[in-house]
Unconditional design. Structure first.
Length: 319
């Protein structure tokens, strides 16, 4: 991922969207996936924030980040009483970042920047100040601009907050994000306020699919795919194309879902059904036998049901 855009990175926040595609591409090049079954899954963080920052912002971003950290520890002559506590706090977050993803957690982000601000204040004996006392018109314009900007920002976030509450109510009624009992009109009402949320778009697209609106479901799910990624999203894209009889694209999405998480059975189950529908019976039988023989990572009720259906499928075409 880093090598695909080493200078400026793949974009801030894009790791969780792009990683699964890179994982799928990597695993598709290996014939034996058994050794990856236990570790390949839904990964949204690098579990090392330095690696994630380097991937998302490139060499430029990671160098700037490291310079900021260096500046926090370079000057040993600062006489502030609190400087040792501030540095210890920053160091604790940095050590945490080597083994996990604290910079993806908002309270940790907030504390880190507060510590940086406190450190900057302790280091500067004569901080730079801007005086607007002698320029009344500029000062008034500046204050008015800040006031209007904050009002607009607050208004936007209030609308989004109300829309999010409504969405949570709908999810509770549906008993989960992948449930399909929702009312399309309810989602359409909050679409404009929540179209920036990939998980909302996925939920909306899934409901459109279950109600048989395959073209609009595809449109919404593709919009979701630019902000959110999950095996189930790929499966819904594939199921839409299968219903629209575009079997080539349906196969691509089902295979992508499989390589994203090879331990899951549903993607291969849907591939069997796709091959059966499109007249590829030999491919369907071979894949069904693989499903029957494979030992599951987690032996759930759904896995048992899939295996039983595949046994019946093999028997049907073996007669």
């Amino acid at each position: 991922m880093f090598l695909s855009s080493p200078i400026f990175g793949i974009g801030l926040g894009n790791f969780e969207v792009d990683y699964l595609y890179y994982q799928a591409e990597f695993l598709s090049q290996h014939q034996n996936l058994e050794k990856f079954n236990l570790v390949a899954g839904m990964t949204y963080y690098a579990f090392n924030d330095f690696l994630q920052i380097a991937t998302e912002t490139g060499i430029v971003g990671i160098i700037l980040f490291l310079v900021i950290i260096y500046l926090c520890f370079r000057n040993k002559q600062i006489k502030s009483k609190n400087i040792y506590a501030i540095r210890a706090s920053i160091l604790g977050i940095i050590i945490f970042a080597i083994f996990s993803y604290p910079f993806s957690i908002f309270p940790v982000q907030l504390h880190f920047f507060v510590f940086l601000a406190l450190f900057s204040n302790s280091e500067n004996q004569h901080p730079l100040t801007i005086s607007l006392k002698s320029r009344g018109n500029i000062r008034n314009f500046f204050y008015a601009f800040i006031f209007i900007t904050n009002i607009l920002f607050l208004s936007l976030n209030i609308k989004r907050y109300k829309a999010t509450l409504r969405w949570k109510e709908l999810l509770q009624q549906q008993a989960g994000i992948a449930s399909c009992a929702g009312n399309v009109n309810d989602f359409l009402e909050i679409y404009d306020d929540l179209r920036y949320k990939g998980s909302f778009l996925y939920n909306y697209g899934a409901i459109l699919y279950e109600q048989g609106d395959y073209s609009n479901s595809l449109k919404i799910l593709k919009e979701a795919a630019s902000k959110f990624n999950h095996v189930d999203l790929q499966l819904y894209l594939g199921k839409n194309y299968m219903e629209l009889e575009n079997y080539y694209l349906a196969e691509n999405y089902f295979q992508t879902a499989y390589y994203m998480a090879p331990s899951r059975f549903l993607s291969r189950y849907l591939l069997v059904r796709l091959y059966e529908r499109s007249g590829k019976q030999n491919e369907a039988i071979v894949l069904a036998k693989e499903i029957v023989l494979e030992k599951p990572k987690i032996n759930s009720r759904i896995v048992q049901q899939i295996k039983e259906e595949m046994r019946e499928f093999v028997k049907k075409y073996s007669l």
